[in-house]
Design a protein around this ligand. Structure first.
Ligand code: SF4
Ligand code: SF4
Length: 141
């Protein structure tokens, strides 16, 4: 069984198509969607764990790319810079795993790296760039 955490970026014209369902139907892959968001410009981002036979996995990746879906493996490590964070809470609204949460009554935003899936959604939304990423060089394809 081969399994990877992926970030898929769907072009506007593909949002709404049953592309992910086809990964199961056509390539016998299983998926666990952690987060699916459509952004204001209508492109979609999905964070998922995709699993299956390695050859089928690669075929599934080819299929996604043929439809214009951008695929990234999840970054290796996410860090929170406590010197920069202003505890605004924006990252807690997008974090799919609960790795970022508000500690009460202090109202501090806490980062639990053990729960982090490295999806990078917090990196995108943080207004002061307190969430940092170290990229994974590993290739699956
Ligand atoms: S979005 Fe950035 S500044 Fe706001 S709580 Fe999260 S890490 Fe801190
Ligand atoms: S990268 Fe950020 S949003 Fe994604 S799971 Fe880790 S802490 Fe949460």
């Amino acid at each position: 069984m081969y399994s990877k955490m992926l970030i898929l970026r769907f072009p506007k014209k593909r949002v709404g198509e049953p592309i992910v369902v086809n990964l199961a139907k056509k390539f016998d892959l299983t998926f666990n969607i952690l987060k699916a968001t459509i952004y204001p410009r209508k492109e979609g981002i999905m964070v998922m764990e995709l699993s299956g036979d390695k050859k089928n996995f690669q075929k599934g990746i080819k299929y996604l790319r043929s439809l214009g879906v951008q695929i990234e493996t999840v970054a290796q490590e996410i860090k929170k810079d406590e010197n920069i964070c202003i505890h605004c809470g924006m990252c807690t609204a997008v974090c799919p795993t609960g790795a970022l949460y508000i500690k009460r009554p202090e109202m501090e935003v806490v980062f639990d790296d053990k729960k982090c899936s490295a999806c990078e959604l917090c990196v995108i939304v943080c207004p002061v760039k307190a969430m940092k990423v170290r990229f994974n060089e590993e290739s699956f394809y």
